[in-house]
Design a protein around this ligand. Structure first.
Ligand SMILES: Nc1ncnc2c1ncn2[C@@H]1O[C@H](COP(=O)(O)OP(=O)(O)O)[C@@H](O)[C@H]1O
Ligand SMILES: [Mg+2]
Length: 445
């Protein structure tokens, strides 16, 4: 990440006023910490918190009467956050416009808002302070973290994902990354409103899911793959049995007939259970749909085989820079399964298993766009044949302006049209016609 001019210099952050603030905060935390220890009984804990909330203003009036009123109010919430929350970053976690909180080190805290990363004026006192908050985060989850085990991945009770790295691996001090669980899940309508896709493409994708196509959503980190996978999974019929498989359960489906499986690391109690084992196991659960959060390794081969053996309508995501890159990554990952298949055989499996790739990107203005919808049209020689059905066409704008453009049809009808008919779905032929889109746009203008 490049650091820009709007960074607050640390000298300004630890101004004299702040030093005093910290001193008083530390004193109060020490004073009340015994009272704040959890008893394990939520009712008693809530009562303890309430009484501390009432006592702090009294203590402040008695001991720090010279402090300005505004600072005393701030101190109250800072102390409560230290005693009961995640300290300095608690306000960020409570802020619904923040989607990600990143502590790079004690004096550098960043957030993501509206897809954009920015530094905040928030700081921790020192590494020990960060470590105390890390303990607060991990202890209730039963996760261990020490020099011999310096990486931890965990999920908070509210569904947010946390990653912690400490020295010696993290050279500049302990790091925390929290991907907040968004309470208001985005829906297909939101994506249309944001310009991630057009209403026509939304209808097309919905029909693709309902017609049991095997779909892979690809793109970079944070491009919105999981979000789109969740929305696509939401288009699956209520009467179908769905098995979801993830590293950390993020998907949230509204259907009733859903089984949620989550991989397990070896460092937890007992042995490891991999995504691959879960995919294989899912095949024995009589699934009508298998949804895999992300393919990262050997499970790709099992996924291809599942798609090729009658589990049509499976969905997954993977990290890739383009649809073509996605194909070569699936190939590489499938080879990781260690089965001695020639590359050609794997390619043939890809060619017959996957129907559609949806590629999404995080644009320079922070917006997310579907940039390609690509059909896998079988094989040509030993090459997987791909054709773009839709592509994002950008309209040039001034540097720094928001990204303008439209996801346009390329004028090709997919080879799987018959699957729509077989499923009794109507996808208007204009969906694929660039002229129809141009006509609509000029009519709307
Ligand atoms: N189409 C979209 N437009 C705007 N924001 C989005 C869109 N899709 C996802 N997001 C936001 O982007 C962030 C990353 O999304 P996520 O689906 O987890 O990405 P990925 O799985 O590719 O890493 C989330 O905060 C999410 O709310
Ligand atoms: Mg994801």
């Amino acid at each position: 990440m490049t650091e820009t001019n709007n960074i607050i210099p640390s000298a300004e952050v630890s101004s004299r006023g702040n030093e005093q603030f910290r001193k008083v905060r530390r004193r109060l935390v020490e004073q009340f910490s015994k009272q704040a220890v959890s008893t394990g009984d939520p009712v008693r804990d809530a009562a303890a918190r309430q009484s501390i909330e009432q006592e702090i203003p009294h203590t402040l009036r008695a001991q720090d009467a010279s402090l300005p009123e505004a600072m005393r109010t701030e101190l109250l919430s800072a102390v409560i956050n230290e005693l009961f929350g995640f300290g300095p970053i608690q306000p960020l976690l409570d802020d619904p416009t923040v989607t990600e909180v990143m502590v790079n080190r004690a004096d550098r805290v960043y957030v993501e808002r509206n897809g954009k990363t920015a530094r905040t004026p928030i700081t921790f006192d020192d590494d020990d302070h960060v470590n105390r908050i890390i303990d607060r985060i991990l202890q209730p989850l039963g996760k261990r973290l020490d020099a011999s085990n310096p990486l931890v991945d965990a999920r908070l009770p509210d569904g947010s994902r946390v990653n912690v790295v400490i020295p010696p691996v993290a050279i500049a001090g302990p790091c925390i990354t929290i991907r907040k669980f968004s309470r208001s899940r985005l829906g297909m309508d939101d994506l249309v409103r944001f310009g991630t896709l057009t209403p026509q493409v939304a209808g097309f994708l919905k029909a693709c899911v309902q017609a049991h196509l095997n779909i892979v959503v690809c793109g970079g980190t944070g491009s919105g793959k999981t979000t789109l996978l969740n929305i696509l999974s939401g288009c699956i019929g209520a009467d179908e049995r769905i098995v979801t498989i993830e590293d950390a359960a993020e998907l949230k489906l509204n259907q009733d007939h859903v089984i949620t499986l989550e991989a397990k690391r070896a460092s937890d109690a007992g042995g490891e259970v991999t995504i691959r084992e879960l995919v294989r196991n899912a095949l024995r659960m009589r699934p009508e749909r298998i949804v895999v959060g992300e393919c990262r390794g050997a499970e790709s081969l099992d996924m291809l085989q599942a798609m090729n053996t009658g589990h049509d309508g499976s969905l997954t995501t993977l990290h890739a820079n383009s649809p073509r890159d996605a194909i070569s990554r699936i190939e590489t990952m499938a080879l990781m399964a260690g089965i001695d298949f020639p590359v050609r055989v794997i390619r043939e499996q890809i060619g017959s298993a996957i129907h559609l790739l949806v590629h999404q990107a995080r644009m320079r203005d922070g917006s997310r766009k579907i940039t390609h919808i690509t059909e896998i049209a079988g094989m040509e020689g030993d090459k997987v044949l791909m054709q773009d059905l839709f592509r994002f066409k950008e309209i040039p704008t001034a540097a720094g302006a928001t990204v303008q453009g439209c996801l346009q049809p390329m004028g090709l009808r997919p080879q799987f049209m018959h699957k729509f008919e077989a499923a009794g779905l109507v996808v208007p032929p204009e969906t694929f016609s660039p002229n129809a889109v141009a006509r609509q746009r000029s009519a709307a203008a």
